[in-house]
Design a protein around this ligand. Structure first.
Ligand code: GTP
Ligand code: MG
Length: 210
């Protein structure tokens, strides 16, 4: 497969939205980052775009509370979403987030791939597996990004990805695209950009509109 090595010529904050209805209406391909609070979504958006401080990050979970759109190369959107499963917010607040996230995923017509981020250090967690199953049931195309690879020895990281794959194959017939990353060391980001560029190209070749 050819390597495109997409260059980031521009990465611009577009808008924060509280509801999917308020999201920008440009009909360009969109890719979103989702996952548990604190998994590293916002950090990885900064690493992938090579723009420090573009997305707001925090050591405290629950930092991103809105749908944040970033316009990349004036060609596609990269979207930062609030994390799911943060135990320390009230039940009603959690329901608000869940509604915001599911409303966005199910209604955003130009969303071509949902990158689900998983902390590579952990054994498969019920909340993530259930979320992926929900994606499958609703026909949402997703990929998996393992984060914080710098916190593990390479062999241990590989072994955890292998265990994760085995667990997924108990439920799924085939594995989704998977990426291993570190926002800290900026590793794995080129592979994500290649994937996005190839998907964009496929959409262009097939004249897919939204
Ligand atoms: P919410 O917006 O609260 O859902 O969190 P988030 O998923 O956007 O996480 P965020 O990017 O804010 O990062 C959470 C914490 O993890 C911060 O302290 C980051 O510095 C740290 N972090 C994120 N990515 C990495 C990584 O690749 N390596 C290491 N070592 N730390 C990371
Ligand atoms: Mg965030």
């Amino acid at each position: 497969m050819p390597k495109y090595n997409m260059l980031i010529k521009s990465a611009i904050f577009e808008k924060s939205s509280q509801r999917w209805q308020d999201c920008p209406d440009d009909k360009i391909p969109e890719y979103a980052f989702i996952g548990r609070s604190n998994v590293g979504k916002s950090s990885l958006i900064n690493a992938v775009t090579n723009h420090k401080g573009l997305a707001k990050t925090s050591q405290t979970p629950g930092k991103t509370q809105l749908i944040n759109h970033f316009r990349i190369n004036n060609d596609w959107f990269l979207t930062d979403l609030p994390g799911y499963g943060y135990a320390k917010v009230s039940k009603s607040q959690r329901q608000v987030f869940e509604k915001l996230i599911t409303g966005y995923i199910l209604n955003r017509k130009n969303l071509v791939n949902l990158f689900t981020l998983i902390d590579i250090r952990h054994t498969p967690q019920k909340i993530d597996l259930e979320f992926l199953e929900w994606c499958g049931e609703n026909g949402v195309p997703f990929s998996i990004i393992f984060t914080k690879e710098d916190k593990m020895k390479p062999n241990a990281a590989k072994s955890n990805v292998e265990k994760y794959s085995q667990r997924l194959l108990e439920t799924w017939e085939e594995l989704p695209p998977m990426f291993i990353t570190s926002a800290e060391k900026k590793t794995g980001t080129d592979a994500i950009l290649d994937f996005i560029e190839q998907t964009n190209q496929l959409l262009r070749d097939n004249k897919v509109g939204f």
